[in-house]
Design a protein around this ligand. Structure first.
Ligand code: UD1
Ligand code: MG
Length: 509
């Protein structure tokens, strides 16, 4: 016989959750950074159980796959037919013959449960040497839940399901939270004696309590300090209610550590995200996944950050980021989109209507407006003018662009990868760069400009433009200035190109 297990956790997750009306098994629905099942397993983690068993049934393959990701040490056990919570625990224990000391059973749909509360339940149970202890709570609305029935001396007599209860029992507001600690030996014994003589024809785990009481075994009730922790989730309305309660709990905890949350009702922080002291989170902001917001950073309003790290004292305004890094003191938005592996160095800037993907923006470098930066390395202090596009995709492969330190890219430029602009180089506005620009050189690819005099008068006669042109030309004539006569001149050529190469008109600030 292998080493006996002194603590075993059993999570019940085989039910369908009919009222969710979902293709996704109920326990896999997400709630601020974890699934319902993930929250329950996290609450059980401080127990340091020798073994954690998860009873799976509905959507077993999906639940198993999720367990491999979040709790690879947990053992899934299949309950092919859902014949009741007692049946589920019986099957779970058949898979763990080593279970000897305490068995903790937790319904899979109580995501607000805290680790401290389960630990207190188990401590009370083990401290009293009880055969079984149930977590109970006084709730404002006990509809649908099992009631705790006590005798005149206040000792637990039985747990009765609402559908099997007498009117007097239904009036009780002390409910069974669906979280229990059992002595393994006495639990096994009682599970073997369960009947299906109830309204649902199921084996009820809760009947174990009545059986133990009749046998003269000591059973206990541990009352939760905060009934909110015991709330279950049966439909999407309840799920939304739990999400609001968890949001408030998470926000309050961060505010108590020194984070400013300007509008807690519209700030949604996953339990897996981190916010450092003196950060300011403005309204309508979501911090999801493994996001970290650094000290004194200002995030929001209207920001969603997914798995994104924001450095100290950075600002992110009305923007969306996934898998990005924003360096200390950097500035993002309004209206920026940072995609995976966008890495913004210290004090860099990514401004309005700018998308960045798989690129480094160097320290102090700026991409202020209307640009796409994909597969690029931008050097320190480089300035990328408005409407610069890093053309990274040829339809089959992605290519990289490098822009050197303190390089200056004029507005409306395409940098067609693979290409390199050297340190301190300039690129004239409106260029399409396909060849490397050496350090300190000016790259320019503009076509010469032509101005065809009188074109509007001839081709757009009768329009507002033609009328305006005629007025301007007449004013010019009466002022004694040069007047272009119809059909006279087509300007352009070398002169125009020389003017453009001045490059002073290449960028916006
Ligand atoms: C159960 C309790 C009830 C308690 C309530 C708390 C019983 C008989 N009743 O009722 O006293 O107040 O929880 O929320 O236990 N499950 C299985 N296999 C099954 C049946 C259920 O794994 O054959 C799982 C479900 O997925 C769920 C949990 O057990 O996670 C509870 O089942 P559910 O049907 O929700 O029980 P309730 O009627 O809510
Ligand atoms: Mg339930």
């Amino acid at each position: 016989m292998p080493q006996p297990h002194l603590r075993t956790v059993v999570v019940l997750a085989a039910g369908e959750g009919k009222r969710m009306k979902s293709a996704l098994p109920k326990v896999l629905h997400p709630l601020l950074g974890r699934t319902l099942l993930g929250h329950v397993l996290t609450a059980a983690a401080p127990l340091a159980a020798d073994r954690t068993v998860v009873v799976v049934g509905h959507g077993a393959e999906q639940v198993r796959a999720h367990l491999t990701e979040i709790a690879p040490d947990a053992t899934p056990v299949l309950q092919a037919q859902q014949l009741g919570t007692g049946h589920a625990v019986r099957i779970a224990l058949e898979a763990v013959p080593e279970a000897a000391g305490t068995v903790v059973v937790i319904n899979g749909d109580v995501p607000l449960l805290r680790g401290e509360t389960v630990a207190a339940l188990v401590a009370a149970h083990e401290g009293e040497g009880a055969a079984a202890t149930v977590l109970a709570a006084e709730v404002p609305d006990p509809t649908g839940l099992g009631r705790i029935v006590r005798d005149a001396a206040g000792r637990l007599e039985q747990i009765v399901e609402e559908r099997d209860a007498t009117p007097a029992q239904r009036a009780l507001r002390e409910i069974n939270a669906g979280i229990y600690a059992f002595d393994a030996v006495r639990l096994r014994d009682a599970l073997g004696k369960l009947s299906t003589d109830n309204d649902q024809g199921e084996e009820y785990l809760t009947d174990v309590f009545g059986l133990l009481v009749s046998a003269g075994e000591p059973v206990g009730v541990h009352v939760a300090a905060d009934h909110v922790e015991t709330l279950g989730c049966n439909d999407r309305v309840e799920l939304a209610g739990l999400r609001r309660l968890l949001r408030d709990r998470v926000n309050e905890a961060w505010m108590r550590t020194g984070v400013s949350i300007l509008d807690p009702d519209t700030t949604w922080i996953d339990v897996t995200a981190t916010v450092e002291r003196d950060a300011v989170i403005d309204q309508n902001t979501q911090l999801r996944g493994t996001t970290v917001v650094g000290a004194e950073a200002v995030v929001g309003p209207d920001v969603t950050l997914v798995d994104t790290v924001v450095g100290a004292a950075a600002t992110v305004l009305r923007s969306h980021a996934v898998g990005a890094e924003v360096g200390p003191g950097a500035s993002v938005g309004p209206y920026a989109y940072l995609r995976p592996a966008a890495r913004l160095a210290e004090k860099s800037k990514v401004g309005t209507f700018v998308e960045v993907k798989n690129s480094e923006v160097g320290p102090g470098a700026k991409v202020p407006h209307l640009s796409y930066v994909g597969d690029a390395t931008i050097g320190a202090k480089a300035n990328i003018g408005a409407a610069t596009i890093f053309v990274n995709y040829d339809g089959v492969n992605k290519h990289r662009t490098t822009v050197g330190e303190a390089a200056f890219i004029g507005c409306d430029t395409s940098l067609i990868a693979p290409v390199e602009v050297g340190a301190g180089a300039y690129v004239a506005a409106g260029s399409a760069i396909t060849q490397d620009v050496p350090p300190g050189a000016l790259g320019v690819t503009r076509a010469p400009q032509r101005s065809i005099d009188g074109w509007v008068t001839r081709k757009r006669a009768g329009t507002a433009s033609a009328a305006a042109a005629e007025r301007a030309l007449a004013e010019g004539a009466s002022a004694g200035g040069p007047v272009a006569r119809e059909g006279e001149a087509i300007h352009g050529g070398a002169e125009t190109v020389r003017r453009a190469s001045g490059a002073g008109d290449t960028a916006t600030e």
